[in-house]
Every structure is written in structure tokens, then in C-alpha cells.
Design a protein around this ligand. Sequence first.
Ligand code: PLP
Length: 415
Amino acid sequence: MKQSSDLWHRARTVIPGGVNSPVRAMRSVGIEEPLFAARGDGAYLETVDGRRLVDWVQSWGPLLFGHADPETLDAVRSAAADGTTFGATTEREIELAEEIVAAVPSVEQVRLVSSGTEAAMSALRLARAFTSRSRVLKFAGGYHGHADPFLAEAGSGLATLGIPASPGVPSSVTADTVVVAYNEIDQAAAAFERHSEDLAAVFVEPVAGNMGCVPPEPGFLEALRALCDASGSLLVFDEVITGFRVGRGGAQERFGVTPDLTILGKIVGGGLPLAAFGGRREVMSRLAPAGDVYQAGTLSGNPLATAAGLSVLRRLRDPAVYEELERRSARLEAGLAPFGRVQRVGAMLTLFMGSGPVVRMQELDTEGYAALFRHLLARGIYVAPSQYECLFPSLAHGDAEIDATIEAVSAFVGR
Ligand SMILES: *Cc1c(COP(=O)(O)O)cnc(C)c1O
């Protein structure tokens, strides 16, 4: 029996569905037994069955220098030798905060947490406290982690109150969440008109990465900024994917729109569990112990995670990093363009099976994508196991890996 089949059996016995995060199950691409990772190096992921795959998932975005990046590993090893957690502040936490403040335009102060979910949840509490309001506007298909207020679906009709997207989420919680379509500024404006007095914040992925890669239409982010300014709501950019990926200063730098609060994750921890939220000092200083808004974490600012994050972020000061990421991502985009609709911003892109533009959450050709996924996996290329996700080029993906991927996609289309 294959080793992975044995692991799959054991996993399902003791872990719900056999995975610790649902998308790993690969169900949406029609795969019964997901892959089990043994190790990685650079652009490659090796499975427990000894298959070596070109990996475009890269742990869903954190690994800008690829798997087992030697500099990151050195930093983690050396930090670990001094102790793995203290529950007291270390200098590296300050250094990482300084690095983030220097890079991200809207951030004057930042708090470190352990996951994007935690960062989004905490940013919402802070926005509610700061504005003394309770409602939040989000966009259908926008993902801000799995805290209750964000697990809302659009109710029927424009700008109605959200309904729970999962059992276990009280409708009393999602009643404060308003959901409208991405890139539809008229819908956002109507929601503001209806709820303006009570809208604490707008949460938006400035480039959507969880409905496939969907860039903001020209003027969309600017219009959200203006709506927030007029009503006193806080504009919150969820840059968990885009932060340090579409540019050192994230999407806010790339598109020149400054949010009140920013959520960071994935890259910021260099592949270890670390995320952050930050913004204007006036808002951030409401957090305890400086202010009255409670937020805490035993492992927040963990020594290993800050060491990994610093190792990565310091190298991102060099503009050549982003020029190179752009060049490689553009090469992949150009190569894939004949075979579908490619949407890309910096080092995040999606190959959609259809030909028309995707500007909001919509039904996509998941069957066609599933067939492509299985074709590629059989040829040693591991792309996102969902049409609603992105490919994440890194500095470890060379022209050879890019061209092999293009060739494999071409063979699928021409089959
Ligand atoms: C991944 C992601 C999150 C959640 O981060 P976790 O660390 O998985 O909790 C939040 N927002 C966006 C945009 C993400 O892609």
C-alpha cells in the first residue's frame, strides 16, 4: 500500500475529514486522497510517496523565497537555541514591527498575533470600539479568516443583513455584517446610505485572492475610501495575501489608497504562524494596555516566527526582489494566457477556465479546472486545488519551472 494511503486512513480516524484546514482535502478538484507533504526545497514539494512536484501553492502564499529557504532556516535555528517562547517582549518583536511600519504606508503602530483569522477578528473589535458602531461591510467572496462576523453570506436583495454561512454562527452575529458584491461601488454606496450611522468598518481584500485573483476595478478602492471618509467608518484592507507580495508596501502602496487599518499574515511570518494588524496611532493606541480594547495572545510575537519574518522582510527592502517577482510572474502569465483567462497582480494570479473577465465572486468552471488540476498533478505540477484560489510565484520558481508548467497546461488544452 502507498504510504499516503496509509496516512490518509490514519488521518481520517483521528482528524475530522483527515485535514486541519478544509481546502487541503482537495475535494473541489475531485481528489479522494489528498497529497501528504514530506519535505520541500525551493519551488519543489516532495510527497511522502517520493513524488517531486513543482509547487505553485507554496503553503497558500507565505513562502516568497520558496520551501526550506536556507536563510530563514538559519534564523529560526539560531532563535530556537535561545528558547522558543517567553511570554515577555523580545527585541525581535520590536524589529519586526519597525520593519512593517517602515514598509506599509498606513501603519504607524502594529500588533503581532498568530493567524490572519485572529488579526481580522481583532481589527474588527478595534474598529467597532473606535467608532462606537457595530456593523461591518464586506464583499461576497472576500475571505477574512473564520471568525463568526465574517462567516456571513449576502441576504436576499441589496444591502440586506448577512445570514450565517456556517452552522454554529448565530444569526444575531451576522445580522451586523452587510455583504455586497466586489467591485460594485453602487452596491457599497447603497449599503452606506442604509447603514451609514452604524457602519464601523469596511473590510476588503484590495486585490481579491479568494474568488480567484480579482483585481480592484479602477476607482473601486478610492470610492471605498471616500465613502468611509464621508461616514466616519474605518477602511480596513485585508492584505494577508497582498502584503509584501504585490509590492513591499502591499496593495495600498501599489494602488495609492491608504486604509485606516491593515491586516497582514502569510508572508509576514516567513512561513511560521504569525500575522499582524496595524494602522494609525490614534486607532491602534485604543488597544490594551495603552487603551481599553482587550486583545491578547500567549504565543503572540513568538521568537521563532519573528526571526523567520525578519529574515524575509529584511531581504524585501531590495527593490530588485519585486522586479524579479514581477518578471517571473509576467512570464507565467504570458505563457498561460492562450489557454484561458489569466488575471494577475504582481506575484498572484489565477488561470480561469473561461475567457471572460472575472470581476466579482461568481460561479466558475470548477469541473474544467478540476480536470486541469489532475492533468497537471499527474505531470508533477501542483497548482492550487481550487479554481477560487491563486498561484503564488516565488523567487524560487525559475524559468525552467515556469516553462514546464506552461507546457503541461498547453498539453492539457491540446489533448
Ligand atoms: C489566508 C487569509 C486569511 C486568514 O489567515 P489565516 O492565517 O489562515 O487565519 C485572512 N484573509 C485573507 C485575505 C487570507 O487569504
